[in-house]
Design a protein around this ligand. Sequence first.
Ligand code: F6R
Length: 631
Amino acid sequence: MCGIVAVTGYKKALPLLMNGLEKLEYRGYDSAGIAIVNSETKNITCNKAEGKLKNLIKNLNDKNMPGTVGIGHTRWATHGKPEIKNAHPHTNSSGTIAVVQNGIIENFQDLKNKLQKEGVIFNSDTDTEVIPHLIQRELNTLSKLNLDKNGSTLLVAVRNVISDLEGSYALAVLWADAPTSLVVARRQAPLIIGLGEGEFICASDTPAIANFTNIILPMEDEEIALLTPLGIEIYDSNNERQYRSPVSLKVSEQIMDKMNFKHYMLKEIYDQPETAKNWLKNYLIKDLENGQYQINYPFDTKFFESIERIEIIACGTSKHAAMVGKFLLEQFSGIPTNVFYASEFRYSPPPLLPNTLTIGVTQSGETADTIAAIDMEIKRRSSKEDKKFTPNLIAITNRKESSIGRQVLNIIDICAGIEVGVAATKTFFGQLLSFYGLAIKFAQIKGTQGSDEIDKLITELIKLPPLIEDLLEQHNESSEKLAHDFFNIKDVIFLGRGINYPIALEGALKLKEISYIHAAGYPAGEMKHGPIALLDKKVPVISIASPGQVFDKVISNAQEAKARDSFMIGIAPECNGTEIFDYLMKIPSSTEWVSPLLNIVPLQLLSYHIAAHRGLDVDQPRNLAKSVTVE
Ligand code: F6R
């Protein structure tokens, strides 16, 4: 989604902004722009381009943009098409104020109507453009008070404007009359200030900052700040000055390196053994007294004892991880669990039930719907006097420093390292592992599984890293070959049952989002209730058949598909029954419990190779964003 970079200091702003924007590309965008203020001439120069940053760079080649204070933006279209006129920065009519914004101003139409009645002419279809015009109006009013034309005056003007905005925003503002100052503000959209040497750089995400400094100050919700080369002033929504210490960026948040891989996505698929090792190292500890393994989540788990049910809130791939989590929490740990799309939960939450644990799952920690749904749940539970309704919260994320990290105290940080590819792979894997940890923890506390069963599961988890390494080695080339045959395919069906039904959904999502091939996942038993009508020899079926309680059923469902001439691909160990598959992607034998962690790997590889073979932008698929910070 949209990314913001803003800089003030003593160094030339242009290279700092461009470097920052490059690091935000992975979030997904369809146009970009920058504005820099020249402190000598007190002029703001803007440059914008449709499409990728290389177009903006081409535009800039013949332009001199001196100045040490500037703002930059990558735009993911919400209001208005991805055209130059809608690209940020947006300015007031005289071009003396420039604004970049991330988020959605929900009442922009009302504000725009009022401004138009006052004679303001708009040049874009965006919601953002109301902001510079409103700031201009405020500055006009403030000028009657004879305030100096400086950063503090701009701060007052921006504060007055944002109090009229509804919706979410992270924004950065330049004013030609205060040419060394920057004002930044956030509500429900991330903004982080980096403290560099001779410059302050503010951005939507840490990669844009990591090249300059590893000392950061994440802004809290509803804060506004004035940045000048001399320092930072941060204020909360009550206009109270905030003082707090900066924090260090973790090394994993600083590294964005493709190594020798062609795409980040492939590298990140290959990072999964490391993700497993990290999880095991961080969260599995052996009790020296009794030799038993314990899950060592970094919060007090005493409240687990009173938990009677669980609700999980997530979107997209994270929801698929949550569905595997539901299976484990119900079938392994015996706790009734429901999974909700965050976007649905917000507007139709279930009736409140007591003693509930709410789990938010989001790799980015910034998904607007997930953050808002958790916020709503905290509020409606906190409004009850009965202690049984107290919000009990856990968040599973890869970005501890994100919005969910500040919203929820109990964090399971999946420590997968930064994921650049828009398609989630290693973070999905880390989310799955987090649920195995929760299921083991609950089973131990509630006594729903004997210690043998728990030990068996833990032993399998410990063996994961080399197993995943083998799977990668075994399937990378073969899935590349298979991708050649699938190159022109139009539809693919994914089937799974039980704990592997969410893996069928995830396999289908991975394929469609990066290869633009239509794919759908179904519980295998549901095929005959409708989707089987889609099948013929042009529609391959990928069937996940892990030995366990539903193995025979999945094989018979696969037979039904084969009888309709579909090319059948099996994700299964080589065993009786799997000979019906035209092509078998072999999986090592395991219990059904851990099978999702193995089955997902060849599906990720196959999607990757199909998209790469089609010559598509695998890491930044069209229309998609890594951090979905709007509703
Ligand atoms: C798919 C994908 C998306 C995200 C979804 C939620 O590969 O990445 O479906 O899973 O946008 O994102 P997070 O996990 O950041 O809340």
